[in-house]
Design a protein around this ligand. Structure first.
Ligand SMILES: Nc1ncnc2c1ncn2[C@@H]1O[C@H](COP(=O)(O)OP(=O)(O)OP(=O)(O)O)[C@@H](O)[C@H]1O
Ligand SMILES: [Mg+2]
Length: 349
């Protein structure tokens, strides 16, 4: 079972910040948490963040894909079994709950649990103890449960596909992650972050996203949410030769075209909207790069950009950017005029 450790959550949209606040608060308690959201909105990342911000951070984080649990082996998967408990069970085997110890068991895709598996899980959540299959002794469970679903579990309850009593046990504390299409300029922030990670991994000349691409990214409705954006940026990065990424091949337009040529202006929005989006996208890109470069130092950022410190502050506020989030190591930026050697190298190259 992989345990990738804590990861960084990016975003400044109000609905996202509300979810983040809940994630941080819920990390400080022991109760079961239910994380809801469309596919790719960051439910697993949220579960990991809860775990790694909790007192259980030194213990295992064990993700379980409920859709992949074989129905006949649910008890054995969760609780383990003693040697000889059933055919093919010659040796004793510990279950997921024992593996997780005092850590967190992340039940992903709860909506995929069969009614039989739901009954098993409900009994466990009620008793807080488990007995390995074929065993005679019960053990108290120390694990914390965090669950997630991308389906509307209430609707499943109404259709008798999900137990209401199990839903009540699971949803004491809930976090709802907003779809990416409702998160405004977060699309640009996330795209820049994914590109930054690729630039760091590949050690080649850093690539940048052209304004028309940023505009297209913002106009798209992202049914696969952050995962789709991450994959899109990766594909565009790998398929583009020059530093500016001007075309994102795989990106359909909002107007329904499967492939749009984003080297040309996208005509999905009226001119004024498209222009405002492009300007907003440019401002976020510029500020993000600038602050990353200055490690959030506003005075230095004002010097490089030729803008007043107060103007910069106002722009940061407008885009809900917090300079404190840029204090980690900067990437050397070839266009910084305060580093003449680098700047002239860039111009001549
Ligand atoms: N706010 C965010 N900041 C940075 N990366 C994010 C953010 N949200 C999601 N991601 C990244 O997007 C990808 C998808 O996230 P994750 O696997 O947590 O989604 P999910 O909701 O569990 O998706 P699914 O329902 O399909 O299982 C991951 O690589 C994750 O690191
Ligand atoms: Mg997931």
């Amino acid at each position: 079972m992989s345990d990738r450790g804590p990861l960084k959550f990016i975003g400044t949209a109000p609905a996202f910040l509300e979810a983040l606040k809940r994630i941080e608060r819920f990390a400080t308690c022991e109760a079961t948490v239910l994380i809801l959201g469309e596919t790719g909105t960051g439910k697993e990342l949220a579960a990991r963040t809860i775990h790694y911000h909790s007192a259980r951070q030194g213990q295992p984080f064990v993700p379980v894909n409920c859709g992949a649990l074989p129905d006949s082996l649910v008890e054995s998967e969760f609780f383990g079994h003693v040697g000889g408990a059933f055919t093919d069970a010659r040796e004793a085997k510990a279950g997921l709950i024992a593996h997780a110890k005092h850590g967190t068991l992340f039940l992903d895709e709860l909506e995929a649990l069969s009614l039989r598996a739901q009954a098993v899980l409900l009994r466990f959540l009620q008793d807080h103890e488990y007995r390995p299959v074929g065993g005679t002794r019960s053990y108290p469970a120390q694990v914390r449960i965090v669950g997630s679903s991308n389906a509307d579990l209430r609707t499943l309850v109404r259709k008798n596909l999900f137990r209401e009593d199990l839903l009540f046990r699971l949803n004491g504390l809930t976090v709802e992650l907003p779809p990416l299409r409702t998160r405004g300029t977060d699309v640009v922030l996330l795209a820049q972050e994914f590109l930054h990670r690729l630039n760091q991994q590949h050690k080649a000349e850093p690539k940048v996203l052209a304004p028309e691409v940023l505009q297209a990214l913002q106009a798209y409705h992202w049914p696969g949410n952050v995962r789709e954006l991450e994959n899109t940026i990766q594909q565009a990065y790998l398929l583009t030769d020059g530093p500016p990424i001007t075309v994102v091949d795989s990106l359909p337009c909002q107007c329904g075209k499967e492939k749009a040529d984003h080297a040309e202006a996208c005509l999905c929005s009226p001119f004024t909207t498209a222009k405002a989006q492009a300007v907003a996208a440019f401002e976020v890109t510029y500020l993000t790069t600038l602050l990353r470069h200055t490690r959030g130092n506003l005075t230095k950022a004002a010097g490089i950009s030729g803008k007043d410190r107060s103007d910069l502050s106002r722009l940061l506020k407008k885009h809900r950017l917090d300079r404190a989030q840029f204090t980690s190591a900067p990437s050397a930026h070839p266009c910084d005029p305060t580093q003449p050697g680098l700047a002239s190298e860039h111009q001549s190259g």
